[in-house]
Design a protein around this ligand. Structure first.
Ligand SMILES: Cc1cc2nc3c(=O)[nH]c(=O)nc-3n(C[C@H](O)[C@H](O)[C@H](O)COP(=O)(O)OP(=O)(O)OC[C@H]3O[C@@H](n4cnc5c(N)ncnc54)[C@H](O)[C@@H]3O)c2cc1C
Length: 431
């Protein structure tokens, strides 16, 4: 098998840079034999490892991470999470399905929060809820359907007018919104770093340890630059990078998306970013822009998508700048202090792929823009599946669906560009 590629980002993760420096765990040097190997130290990988350890405390488990914890996408995201992950395109016809999914998300979210509490992980959790907002007529129509589902499923929410949104975020850009009361906002790099520190002692974490090839040999053998890992069972928890191992190539692709954080906005101008100390806003269209007020005096902007490779940094900066300026023209002189890209896995129907790929080989990917709770949920179930525990896996699989087929290259790239041109036109000012 050819040596596979793993994430190497152009810029450091801004969330990680805003925290004190962290000492990474040592890379693997020498060969290692374990019962279970997990590739990828993100929400999914940590959930797999922790669940296996909970159910089989004697098991020897190794987690192998190509970069360092705090530099992967689990830290590069926008930090929105919660127990109620209603899809952006939810309609009342999907309410029952959303209710079943909601039970699984809530179970995973509660589990994650109990780990946070029990281990004293400080990740700046704000129970601020999240705003879903629309700047266009089309966006408003789609959000009104989400309001219906929230009402039918009894999910705590309130409807926001343009003035309501303006008073919260200081911008009159949006015409309609819904405030999801139960969502939480957190510092993702602090959370994933905390989860690494909280790993039980029977789980060994190796950072700066990319897995460069895997092969079957009386179990599985994983090659890394510093040594070989031999195990009975292994999990690929590498999200958009699973296809680089030669699996699920026709199910998912790597997608890059970008975020920027402003410098600290002077005290006298804080009124321009609204009355709430902490807020988060999600777009009504999938190509839209996510916004957050963080650390009281900064704003984060997340937008843009690129297929398989990073886009030029100047282009990313200019695009994010334009989105920020459209919303806060009076803050156009405020600089971006951080800008970074991160990856998710694109799947055609938005559903993840989760389960067994081969004898002793398991994978979970495609948790997309909700990976904090969804990656945790899928990783937890994958850990149970790897141990042969029965339970609710079939119900979970039925409720979340399965990533559908995607055309191979070169059709895929052509398709990506066509769909993104079409969707960008549709998204319009939601971007
Ligand atoms: C800018 C941005 C904003 C987002 N906003 C949100 C949000 O607000 N809320 C939310 O819930 N989700 C959000 N997401 C999505 C979320 O970050 C992902 O769904 C989540 O990170 C998936 O977790 P994971 O553990 O499955 O994969 P990852 O976090 O990608 O972890 C996989 C790990 O595998 C490692 N890896 C890959 N290949 C190899 C290899 N060969 N050897 C060893 N290690 C390897 C990677 O370095 C990585 O650390 C966002 C994503 C981005 C990029």
């Amino acid at each position: 098998m050819a040596k596979l590629t793993y994430p190497k980002y152009t810029n450091l993760c801004g969330w990680n840079a805003m925290l004190p420096a962290r000492q990474a765990r040592a890379a693997l040097t020498g060969d290692l034999t374990v019962d279970y190997a997990v590739v990828g130290a993100g929400y999914t990988g940590f959930a797999v490892a922790r669940r296996i350890q909970e159910l089989d405390p004697q098991a020897r488990i190794a987690v192998l991470e190509a970069t360092t914890v705090g530099e992967g996408s689990s830290a590069r995201n926008s930090g929105f999470t919660g127990a109620h992950l209603l899809p952006r395109n939810a309609t009342v016809e999907m309410a029952e399905k959303a209710r079943v999914q909601g039970r699984f998300y809530a179970e995973a979210f509660d589990w994650l929060m109990s780990i946070v509490r029990d281990n004293g992980i400080e990740c700046d959790i704000r129970h601020a809820g999240s705003i879903r907002a629309a700047a266009t007529e089309l966006g408003e129509a789609s959000l009104r359907k989400v309001v219906e589902v929230a009402r039918v499923n009894d999910i705590a929410h309130s409807v926001l007018s343009r003035d309501d949104i303006r008073s919260r975020i200081g911008s009159s850009y949006y015409r309609f919104g819904i405030h999801m009361e139960d969502s939480v906002l957190l510092q993702p790099a602090a959370l994933i770093r905390g989860l690494a520190d909280a790993l039980p002692s029977s789980v060994s974490l190796y950072e700066n340890t990319p897995v460069t090839a895997i092969r079957r040999q009386d179990g599985w053998v994983l090659e890394t630059p510093g040594g070989v890992v031999t195990c009975k069972r292994m999990a690929l928890a590498t999200n958009g990078f699973i296809p680089r191992f030669g699996y699920l190539k026709s199910r998912m692709a790597t997608i890059y998306t970008y975020a920027a954080v402003t410098e600290e906005i002077p005290e006298a101008r804080l009124g321009e970013i609204g009355e709430s100390d902490a807020w988060g806003l999600l777009p009504s269209h999938r190509l839209g822009t996510t916004l957050r007020r963080i650390g009281r005096n900064r704003v984060m902007v997340r937008s843009l998508y690129a297929h398989e490779t990073e886009i030029d940094q100047k282009q990313a900066t200019a695009a994010l700048r334009a989105r920020f300026n459209r919303r806060w023209p009076d803050l156009a002189d405020i600089r971006f202090e951080y800008l970074w890209g991160g990856t998710t896995a694109f799947t055609m129907n938005g559903a993840p792929w989760w389960g067994q790929l081969d004898d002793g080989l398991y994978a979970s990917g495609g948790c997309n823009g909700s990976g904090i709770a969804k990656g945790t949920m899928l990783g937890r179930h994958l850990g149970e599946l790897m141990l042969g525990h029965g339970g609710t896996h079939d119900a979970l699989a039925r409720s979340i669906g399965r990533a559908s087929w995607i055309a191979p290259e070169p059709l895929r790239t052509i398709g990506f560009h066509l769909v993104s041109a079409f969707e960008s036109r549709k998204a319009g000012m939601e971007m």
